[in-house]
Design a protein around this ligand. Structure first.
Ligand code: HT7
Ligand code: ZN
Length: 875
């Protein structure tokens, strides 16, 4: 496979103005008849270029131009393209092809899921449906007729509005759909199956009625309320916050069981992984309820940021994804607890995106080349892209940012544009020079800031020096300084209050943004009346690693006094990390572990101080994850990290048992389950307390967990209790509980996913054997991505001690799965392999074992997806 380069971008030689499609759906031999209305680009000369269309795994049955069938020597078809040598400047191309949805396990193009036909066209799936210029800068109106068996496929859906329907001979029927909005083919969708709908309505800000439909299999009808309510909230929020109104008469969501990602924003017909849309208090946790709300909103927001204004080419993917993630993050923050949303997002970002940025697949938010675009739906494109948009919002302020967004949507409506076009709108409305800022898009890697500060009593000055550096990444050895907004305050050590800051004679108030542009910059704050502790990078104002030589007392002080909730939480994390560092060293050196009393006292303070914000308190009581701790270590020692973290949990639980018990009891409730912020906060606090109590497994704690499981009040509580029991040494209670749970929910694939994950993430040494055993369970299937993620993904990604077993069996298991999946579903294979690609982070022996498995995979006949990842990992 050859790389594709951004620099090689050329506008399309031919554009499609209108696309007519007719599908005759048959499981193993679907006919697709396409009529494309084409015209040559005005700047291209007649005869200059042949017409070249993308097409893969298609059997061409017929081809004609302007009604005239083509002779064999007038065109050529190979495994990826159809070439017609000479075409007029404006013409109609007719093709008929046959495809095999039943054999399509890659889940790209047209495929079958539980007897339901559905499509996934982003990024390059449409070329598996018909011959087409499969690129986002070709935007056409679509008219689609779907024909299917009336008995087995009573529902036939596509984008836009239904304009005609009727019966056909042989028990078939048809529906024709018209989508008046020009769109790239990656937004095309078709669904056909035995589905039921839940319907609702939304009145838009201009008074139009929109019909909202959620299509699911009959047994899931009771799981749609939350998604529907979330959709209405998202529609309202986008009107109020961004002035964006929906633009068709109906908006449909369909739930399918086999889906590579979370969901897809096809115009007017979003297709969702059932895991990302279905909820019920008995089957979904609070986290799932919140995730569903976020994903429903995300896909809906794409209607403007992605569909009305789309990407010129796939190098611009973050144009729609970064902006839309930022929009969905703000929506969730407005709808739930804003500080907790930020803490959760940043914690995930610093663990997973930082690791990606430091690994062999690191790439810029606007990459300049790729082999397989399917590999670029990454945390860097999505989450780092969103952090960049957030920095823009912070640099401009909300008012100007909103003006920039209005200008962008108005100027580029119906067009396919670039990241530069977006940023230019922001620069234009604000008058800011964003030239240096653009480097955030072009440079891969996580910038590191080393900060030092010095207080001069005599002068009343605080001198802060910031030095930035971005480490080299594959393909990018030289890095230039970035424009980094650092939000900060100076907290007085006597008063415990934010001090007023004056910088170069300008009064900044008590909370301000300073701009780091050079490699090294000094900021001298004057009139500082008392010695301060700096609170830096408030709210995680830039996606960087910030080092400051905080003492433990400083961190305990900030944990108590920082006016920025995010930094209060972060100080607690830093304090815990310092203690964990010592314990990791102690474990490695075989010396006795001693708990840092400052951490214990900080936790005691948290547990005994009254707070309104239980959600934030639950976050503050949560120790950094093993994955995040690993991120801080030069060489990852999974066993020492696990031992140290377990020790801290147990030490805290022993010292503060009564306090945790009091918190648990105070937050128990029999109120009917509602997924609203106050209840969610209470449940998370209660369950964090239970997790500490279960760390020492005393009889009372085990009884609490057992009762919580048996009460079966809601899935959040049941899952927590079952997880704690399964991850404890109390097999006598856990085993029957797991059995009962597995039997009770055998009919529900989404709950069975949870049952798989709970078991394979247990720290006990039998976890790997359980994975192997469960791979033979009737509910497991290698062709269903949710199952692969629940069993293999959870084991390799979350069970660090067992995946990194010293005998290399964890690596071998993952490689075996990747080899199988490479043939079945290359996109999932290339994702699931990630933990093996991080081999540089481990000791020599593990490095050798991991590399050997990567080499074993390399020896196979590889898909372009897996090939690209393996080549980078072994480079
Ligand atoms: N824009 C969607 C991306 C997506 C996707 C990409 C590759 C393969 C399968 C896929 N399913 C969905 C989802 C989103 O970001 O909203
Ligand atoms: Zn998206």
């Amino acid at each position: 496979p050859q790389p594709i380069y951004l620099n090689d971008y050329r506008p399309p030689a031919y554009r499609v103005t209108h696309t007519e499609l007719k599908f005759d759906l048959v499981s193993s031999a679907t006919r697709v008849i396409a009529r494309l209305h084409l015209e040559r680009h005005p700047e291209r000369q007649e005869g200059e270029l042949p017409l070249v269309l993308d097409g893969e795994q298609l059997r061409l049955l017929h081809i004609a131009i302007d009604g005239q069938a083509l002779e064999d020597d007038e065109y050529d078809v190979n495994e990826s393209h159809l070439t017609v040598y000479r075409v007029p400047s404006t013409f109609v191309l007719d093709t008929e092809v046959e495809v095999d949805p039943e054999a399509n396990t890659a889940l790209e193009g047209l495929y079958l899921s539980n007897g339901m036909f559905c499509t996934q066209c982003e990024a390059e799936g449409f070329r598996r449906i018909t011959f087409y210029p499969d690129r986002p800068d070709v935007m056409a109106t679509f008219s689609t007729t779907v024909i299917g068996d009336k008995g087995s496929l009573p529902v036939l859906l596509s984008n836009g509005n239904p304009v005609e329907q009727g019966d056909l001979p042989n028990g078939k029927h048809f529906v024709t759909w018209d989508d008046p909005h020009p769109k790239p083919c990656y937004l095309f969708a078709l669904v056909a199956g035995d589905l039921q709908k839940v319907e609702d309505h939304f009145t838009t800000m201009s008074g139009r009625d929109v019909t909202l439909q959620l299509w699911v299999e009959e047994e899931n009808l009771s799981k749609t309320d939350h998604a529907m309510a979330s959709l209405k909230r998202a529609m309202k929020w986008d009107e109020e916050t961004y002035g964006r109104e929906y633009d068709l008469d109906r908006f449909m969501i369909v739930a399918v069981n086999d889906f590579n990602m979370g969901a897809m924003e096809n115009k007017g017909l979003n297709i969702f992984n059932s895991a990302a849309v279905l909820t019920h208090p008995q089957t979904a946790t609070d986290a799932t309820f919140q995730r569903v709300e976020g994903i429903v909103a995300h896909e809906y927001f794409h209607n403007w940021s992605g569909n009305r204004v789309t990407c010129r080419d796939w190098f611009q993917l973050s144009l729609k994804e970064g902006f839309t993630v930022f929009r969905d993050q703000c929506f969730s923050a407005d709808t739930n607890s804003a500080p907790v949303k930020r803490i959760e997002d940043v914690s995930f970002f610093r663990t997973a995106q930082f690791a990606e940025d430091a690994g062999p697949t690191a790439h810029p938010v606007q990459p300049d080349h790729y082999i397989e675009i399917g590999n670029f739906y990454t945390l860097t494109i999505y989450e780092k892209g969103a952090e960049i948009v957030r920095m823009l919002r912070n640099l401009l302020g909300w008012e100007a940012f909103r003006q920039g967004s209005d200008l962008y949507f108005q100027r580029y409506d119906g067009q396919a544009v670039t990241i530069e076009d977006f940023v230019e709108c922001m620069a234009e409305v604000s008058g800011l020079d964003l030239g240096q800022f653009m480097r955030w898009y072009f440079q891969a890697g996580t910038p590191e800031i080393d900060a030092i500060g010095e207080y001069d009593y005599a002068k009343g000055e605080y001198r802060l020096t910031l030095r930035q550096r971005t480490p080299p990444t594959p393909d990018q050895h030289e890095k230039l300084p970035l424009h980094i907004p650092v939000r900060m305050g100076l907290v007085g050590t006597k008063s415990g209050k934010d001090l007023s800051m004056t910088l170069e004679g300008e009064s900044l108030g008590t909370d301000a943004v300073i701009h780091l542009r050079d490699e090294e910059q000094e900021f001298v704050f004057t009139d500082i009346a008392e010695a301060p502790v700096p609170s830096l990078l408030r709210g995680f104002s830039a996606p960087v690693k910030l080092r400051f030589p905080y003492g433990r007392e400083d961190l305990a002080f900030l944990l108590q006094h920082d006016s920025d909730g995010f930094n209060r939480w972060d100080s607690g994390q830093r304090l815990a990390l310092l203690a964990l560092d010592d314990l990791i060293a102690a474990h490695r050196n075989g010396v006795e572990k001693v708990m840092d009393s400052r951490v214990t006292e900080a936790f005691r303070g948290l547990l005994t101080t009254d707070t309104d914000d239980k959600a934030v308190l639950a976050e503050m009581l949560t120790l950094p994850s093993e994955a995040y701790i690993a991120e801080q270590q030069p060489v990852v020692d999974v066993d020492a990290i696990h031992a140290a973290r377990t020790f801290v949990k147990q030490a805290l639980a022993l010292a503060l048992r009564d306090e945790f018990m009091a918190v648990y009891r105070a937050n128990q409730s029999d109120a009917p389950y509602v997924p609203e912020p106050r209840q969610i906060a209470q449940r998370s606090l209660k369950n964090v307390a239970l997790s500490y109590l279960m760390a020492i497994e005393d009889e009372e704690a085990v009884e609490l967990a057992r009762n919580q499981f048996e009460d079966g009040h809601n899935m959040t509580d049941v899952r927590t209790a079952l997880t704690l029991l399964t991850h404890s040494s109390r097999g006598d209670i856990a085993d029957p509980a797991l059995k009962a749970f597995g039997e009770k929910w055998a009919h529900d694939p989404l709950v069975m996913d949870q049952w798989f994950s709970i078991q394979v993430t247990r720290p006990q040494s039998d976890a790997l054997e359980r994975v192997k055993f469960l791979m033979d369970h009737p509910a497991f299937s290698l062709t269903n991505p949710n199952k692969v993620r629940a069993l293999i993904g959870a084991f390799a990604g979350q069970n660090r001690v067992n995946f990194h077993r010293a005998d290399g069996e964890g690596y071998r298991l993952l490689a075996d799965v990747v080899i199988e999946l490479n043939k079945l579903n290359p996109e999932i294979a290339a994702r699931i392999i990630t933990p093996l690609t991080r081999w540089q982070r481990f000791d020599e022996s593990r490095q050798a074992l991991m590399k050997a498995e990567l080499e074993r995979i390399r020896a196979e006949e590889l898909s372009s997806n897996v090939y690209e990842v393996i080549e980078k990992a072994l480079a």
